[in-house]
Design a protein around this ligand. Structure first.
Ligand code: PLP
Length: 478
C-alpha cells in the first residue's frame, strides 16, 4: 500500500469509526446471526491479486457488523464494561506504527520509560502507598500486563518462588518438589475463575473460601483455613483479595485479610480488575482499606478507565521475586544498562510486549483526572438510578448492595421465572444482560458499561425489562 492510499484509507476508516460509535445506540445490541453465518459471505481462499481498500470498507457492514455484539452500546449491560475512547484508539495507531517489542529497555527505551512513569502517575491517582511506586526510590514499581488473569498468575508464581526459597533456608534437605507439593493458596469462592485457574497453572493447591452474608471474604475465615492447613503440615503462601467480585461486585475485607497474611508470611495479591478504576475518586478509596498490607495490586484500566483492551496495570512492592522466578538470560537479550532500569520481560509471562503505555498517556492527558473521575461518578449515579427503578416495582428485589456500576436484581420468586425473564430480554436483543448465581439463587446482572450511557438509556433499559416481565406474568396467568 502506498502512503497516499494509506492516508485515504485511514481517513475513511476514521470517518467510519466515528459514525459507528456516535450512532451505536441505533444498532441492535445483540446480533441475530447463526453459527457459521460468515462462511458463505467470504471466498474460501485468500485473493491471489491485490484488492482495493475500498472493497474492504464495503465489506465491513456486509460481513463484520452483522456478527458484532455492540459492547459500547448504552444498551449493553452484560459482564463488566470494557473501555474505549478516541484518544486510546489514536494511541494504538501510533503503537502499531512504532511496532516495537519492548521486552528490554534497550529494545525500545521509550516503551519501558513511559510505562514506568505512567504507572507512577496512575498509582498516585489511586493514592497507592508509596512502596508500590518506582518514583519512591525503593524496590517497588508497576508494569502493564495484558489481563488481570496474567497479573494473578504472575503474583502467584512470584509468591511460590519466594516461599520455596524461604522454606529451603529452613529445610535444605527438602527438594523443590516436596515443598511445592505442600504449598497452598487462598481466595474467596466469589473470586473470578482466573484466580482458581492461576492455582491450576501454578501447580499448587488453591482453596476457595466461604464468604459472609455480604459475599465478602473475612480475615477470620482466612486465618482458620491457614490454621487447619498448617496443622496438616501444608505451607500457606498466597492469598487473593478480590475488590469488586464479578458476580456481585462485593469487596473482600482486605484490611482483615492483610493482617492475617502479613502475620502468616503469606503473599497478599489484590484483584480489583473492574473496581480499581473507581479508586481514582477519593470517595471510593474506603473500599481498598488495608491496601498498605498487600504485596501486589492489579486493576484493568481497560475495563473502566477509557483505555482500550489490553491494559491491566499491576504494582508490586518488591518485584525481585517475580523477576527471579522467570529469569533466563540468553546472550541475545542482554544489554549494557541491565539492572539500572526495568527489563519488563522478567515481570510477565510472554517475552513480547506492545507499547501499551501510549494509550494510558494519551487518555490521561486528553481527559485529565477530573474528567475521568466525572466519568466514573456518572456511571455510579446511573447505577443508583437503576437501583431506585428496581426498588419502585414491588415484583423485583435487589440481591446485593449497589456500590459501583453493577446492579444485581431479580423477580421475587423462583429461579425458573428469572431464567425465563432473561431469555426474553436477550431474545428480544434490544438490551443485553448476563445472569449470575450465588448460593443457588439465580439473578440478573445489570452493568453500566458504555461511555455513551445517559439517564435516558437507563430509563429505556428499565422499560424494556418491565415490558418483558409483564409478558412473563401475562403468560403465567393464561
Ligand atoms: N478478576 C475480576 C474480579 C474480574 O471481574 C475479571 C473479569 O471480568 C477478571 C479478573 C479477569 O479479567 P481479565 O480478562 O483481564 O483477565
Amino acid at each position: 500500500m502506498d502512503p497516499d492510499s494509506f492516508k485515504d484509507f485511514a481517513r475513511e476508516m476514521t470517518e467510519y469509526i466515528t459514525n459507528y460509535l456516535e450512532n451505536i445506540r441505533e444498532r441492535r445490541v445483540l446480533p441475530t446471526v447463526e453459527p457459521g453465518y460468515m462462511k458463505p459471505l467470504l471466498p474460501s481462499e485468500a485473493p491471489q491479486t491485490p484488492e482495493s481498500w475500498k472493497d474492504i470498507m464495503g465489506d465491513i457492514e456486509r460481513v463484520i457488523m452483522p456478527g458484532v455484539t455492540h459492547w459500547h452500546s448504552p444498551k449493553f449491560h452484560a459482564y463488566f464494561p470494557t473501555a474505549q475512547s478516541y484518544p486510546a484508539i489514536v494511541a494504538d495507531m501510533l503503537s502499531d506504527a512504532i511496532a516495537c517489542i519492548g521486552f528490554t529497555w534497550i529494545a525500545s527505551p521509550a516503551c519501558t520509560e513511559l510505562e514506568v512513569i505512567m504507572l507512577d502517575w496512575l498509582g498516585k491517582m489511586l493514592d497507592l502507598p508509596k512502596e508500590f511506586l518506582a518514583c519512591s526510590g525503593g524496590k517497588g514499581g508497576g508494569v502493564i500486563q495484558g489481563t488481570a488473569s496474567e497479573a494473578t498468575l504472575v503474583a502467584l508464581l512470584g509468591a511460590k518462588a519466594k516461599k520455596v526459597r524461604q522454606v529451603k533456608e529452613q529445610h535444605p534437605e527438602w527438594t523443590d518438589n516436596e515443598i511445592v507439593g505442600k504449598l497452598v493458596a487462598y481466595g474467596s469462592c466469589q473470586a473470578h475463575s482466573s484466580v482458581e485457574r492461576a492455582g491450576l497453572l501454578g501447580g499448587v493447591k488453591f482453596r476457595l473460601l466461604d464468604v459472609d452474608s455480604k459475599y465478602k471474604l473475612r480475615g477470620e475465615t482466612l486465618a482458620e483455613a491457614i490454621r487447619k492447613d498448617k496443622e496438616q503440615g501444608l505451607i500457606p503462601f498466597y492469598a487473593v483479595a478480590t475488590l469488586g467480585t464479578t458476580c456481585s461486585c462485593a469487596f473482600d475485607r482486605l484490611d482483615e485479610m492483610g493482617v492475617v497474611a502479613n502475620r502468616e508470611n503469606v503473599w497478599l495479591h489484590v484483584d480489583a480488575a473492574y473496581a480499581g478504576s473507581a479508586f481514582i475518586c477519593p470517595e471510593f478509596r474506603y473500599l481498598m482499606k488495608g491496601i498498605e498490607l498487600a504485596d501486589s495490586f492489579n486493576f484493568n484500566p481497560h475495563k473502566w478507565m477509557l483505555v482500550t483492551f489490553d491494559c491491566s496495570t499491576m504494582w508490586l512492592k518488591d518485584p525481585t521475586y517475580v523477576i527471579n522466578a522467570f529469569n533466563v538470560d540468553p546472550l541475545y537479550l542482554k544489554h549494557d544498562m541491565q539492572g539500572s532500569v526495568p527489563d519488563y520481560r522478567h515481570w510477565q509471562i510472554p517475552l513480547g510486549r506492545r507499547f501499551r503505555a501510549l494509550k494510558l498517556w494519551f487518555v490521561l492527558r486528553i481527559y485529565g483526572v477530573e474528567n475521568l473521575q466525572r466519568f466514573i461518578r456518572n456511571h455510579v449515579s446511573q447505577a443508583h438510578e437503576f437501583e431506585a427503578l428496581v426498588q419502585s416495582d414491588s415484583r423485583f428485589e435487589i440481591v446485593a448492595e449497589v456500590i459501583l456500576g453493577l446492579i444485581c436484581f431479580r423477580l421475587k420468586g423462583s429461579n425458573d421465572i428469572n431464567e425465563a425473564l432473561l431469555k426474553k430480554i436477550n431474545g428480544a436483543g434490544i438490551i443485553h444482560l448476563v445472569p449470575s448465581k450465588i448460593n443457588d439463587v439465580y439473578f440478573l446482572r445489570f452493568a453500566i458499561c458504555s461511555r455513551f450511557s445517559e439517564s435516558k438509556d437507563i430509563q429505556n433499559s428499565w422499560k424494556e425489562i418491565k415490558l418483558r416481565a409483564d409478558e412473563i406474568f401475562e403468560e403465567q396467568s393464561v
